[in-house]
Design a binder for this molecule. Structure first.
Ligand code: F6R
Length: 609
């Protein structure tokens, strides 16, 4: 996730571009850049680091230019650096481009373009787009962009300028957001509405497959075939703070709603045309994966809960022993590092001190480490032998939501890849699992649409609870831990998770009349056992709130109320069912008036032990 902006008008472009980029920093902040046209030449200024650094470089230069584009980056391909920062330029330095999204076929395009004599400077996927535009350019930037985007696979929102057409910005979008702001004699481009609200409230929202051009005479939008499209002007009434959160009151709920897209982006490009999984390992060989005898998942908090899901799945389908451990425990328990083993560390921030220490320990003991990480260029990403990125974009709320579901997406893909390499599942079965996984982002959208109103109602009824219990078996036990953590973390309600079979070994004594018990029952093969456990709950007059997969009618007979998620394969139930649990935490905390995005005593990145 990155932020892009553009300006064309009568005022100096640079201060406006910087001002608008500031409102997009929530979309990325590892590097930034602008391109302006000055005396018919293109000037590009960019810098690694926060936008404030670029600001101190570029503002004193007081460029008179009244047209420009800008970018704030959240690295996906290529570490944060001056070279990898946008805008990127063509070989002649006449075209500059900013991009938000991921180009899946960039490697093959890059090879082709190098073959045609293009020189590449960065490690980014983006740079292929500007060279493609150069390749197609014959005096009309709009036509060149139209031809270029037809060659792209993946997602993009782009803004392009050329010194040969100094009064024109061309934009295009597919699967990444892009809006145009229509001011009085001035026009804006941005990834998101908040960026332009200081200047205009009249917005055109670009749809997938649309291109736009901005010139002093106004904005025009076309489809990929060149037909002009009429756009409706949306007049935005939000205040700026609301707009930064996409109209939501908190980042957490915005990020909960971003999950379908985060899942889609994380899946994107990782399945070949043969329907099998491709993960981009650079330093770990197929031979090493084939000979793998043991896996360690090591992480903290929510990321550890994702590791637990990995343990259940990989033991079941890849048939190798897997340990899932809390990093702060693992590093001090003198663990045994076995031959032919691999450690997988999971971290949203990539900076968690205990996880980093566990990673270093493994490497010192000759065990290679793969990171599942959201922040490119973070310490964990740099120090691991290989990284499988989650493409969730910046997560701002302290409580992790979209990073967790994206971590699960990577774990599912990894499990399928290992089963592929080790031959522990038939190829047809793997393909079937892959196809089911492809549908998960859309199912996540449906879960949000179907369950949010009911969860709001539920939260209004239960927000005064002192204690809430979460129980489940198998994958649902891992899910219980995550549900309970989310609830206690932001609502300050005491919440505990138990393996459902453990209740009778102690915790059952805590249950009494009226205590809510969230009973997760998405695993078909464990349903009968789970129903017996729910009966134990009911026998103590506690309130059983069931979560199951559509069609599990038996749950209705034993629970006080049941929430159903759409029919999915059991193994994917966790990534879907966690969404209503996140919503329960959010809406309960909201009812209790808690500081949701910054809960007391907590920090987003835990860089101390
Ligand atoms: C809970 C939460 C934390 C983090 C944990 C690890 O909602 O966000 O439990 O999961 O602090 O952080 P990362 O993933 O950055 O290593």
């Amino acid at each position: 996730m990155c932020g892009i902006v553009g300006y064309l008008g009568k005022k100096k472009a640079v201060p406006i571009l910087i001002d608008n980029l500031k409102r997009l920093e929530y979309r990325g902040y590892d590097s930034a850049g602008v391109a302006v046209i000055k005396d018919s030449t293109l000037v590009v200024e960019k810098s690694v680091g926060k936008l404030s650094k670029l600001e101190t470089i570029v503002i004193p230069k007081d460029y008179p230019s009244t047209i420009g584009i800008g970018h704030t980056r959240w690295a996906t391909h290529g570490k944060p650096s001056d070279i990898n920062a946008h805008p990127h330029m063509d070989c002649k330095g006449e075209i500059a481009l900013v991009h938000n999204g991921i180009i899946e076929n960039y490697l093959e395009l890059k090879e082709e373009l190098i073959g045609r004599g293009h020189r590449f400077l960065s490690e980014t996927d983006t740079e292929v787009i500007v060279h493609l535009v150069e390749e197609f350019y014959q005096g009309d930037l709009l036509e060149a962009v139209r031809s270029a985007v037809k060659r792209l696979e993946g997602s993009y929102a782009i803004a392009v300028v050329s010194s040969r057409e100094p009064e024109r910005i061309v934009v295009a979008r597919k699967d990444s957001p892009l809006i145009l702001g229509i001011g009085e004699g001035e026009y804006f481009v941005a990834s998101d509405i908040p960026a332009v609200l200081n200047y205009t409230r009249n917005i055109w929202i670009l749809e997938n497959g649309e291109l736009g051009e901005i010139s002093p005479s106004g904005c025009k939008v076309y489809d990929l075939e060149g037909n002009e499209k009429k756009k409706e002007t949306m007049v935005v009434s939000w205040d700026i703070s609301m707009a930064e959160k996409g109209g939501y009151p908190h980042f957490m709920i915005k990020e909960i709603h971003e999950q379908p897209n985060a899942l889609r982006e994380t899946f994107r490009g990782r399945v070949g045309v043969d329907g099998l999984v491709r993960l981009d390992f650079k330093n770990i060989t197929v031979e090493e994966l084939k000979n793998l005898k043991k896996l360690y998942f090591v992480a903290c908090g929510t990321a550890y809960h994702a590791g637990l899901v990995g343990k259940y799945l990989i033991e079941r389908f890849v048939r190798i022993p897997v340990e899932a451990d809390i990093a702060s425990e693992f590093r001090y328990r003198d663990p045994i590092f076995e031959k032919n083993s691999l450690m997988i560390v999971i971290s949203q921030s990539g900076e968690t001190a205990d996880t980093l220490a566990a990673l270093r320990m493994a490497k010192e003991n000759g065990v290679k480490v793969v990171a599942i990480c959201n922040v490119v260029g973070s310490s964990i990403a740099r120090e691991s032998d290989d990284v499988l990125y989650t493409y969730a974009g910046p997560e701002i709320a302290v409580a992790s939501t979209k990073a967790y579901t994206s971590q699960l997406m990577v774990i599912y893909l990894l499990m399928l890849l290992l089963a592929q390499i080790k031959g522990t599942l038939p190829i047809d079965k793997i393909k079937e699992f892959v196809e089911d996984l492809r549908k998960i982002p859309d199912i996540a959208t449906k879960v949000l649409e179907d369950l949010e109103p009911a969860i709001i109602d539920f939260s209004k009824r239960y927000y005064k609870a002192h204690d809430v219990f979460f129980i489940g078996r198998g994958l649902d036990y891992a899910l219980s831990l995550e549900g309970a953590l989310k609830l206690k973390e932001i609502s300050y309600i005491h919440a505990e998770a138990y393996a459902a079979g453990e209740l009778k070994h102690g915790p059952l004594s805590l249950l009494e009349e009226g205590v809510p018990v969230i009973c997760l029952a998405t695993q078909g093969y464990l349903l009968d056992k789970m129903i017996s456990n729910i009966k134990e709950v009911k026998a103590r007059e506690a309130i059983a709130i069931g979560f199951g997969i559509e069609g599990t009618e038996d749950l209705k007979d034993v629970c006080d109320e049941v929430f159903y998620v759409p029919k999915v394969n059991d193994i994917y139930a966790s990534v879907i069912t966690v969404i209503p649990l996140q919503l329960i935490a959010y809406y309960m905390a909201k009812e209790r008036g808690c500081d949701i995005d910054q809960p007391r005593n907590l920090a987003k990145s835990v860089t101390v032990e």
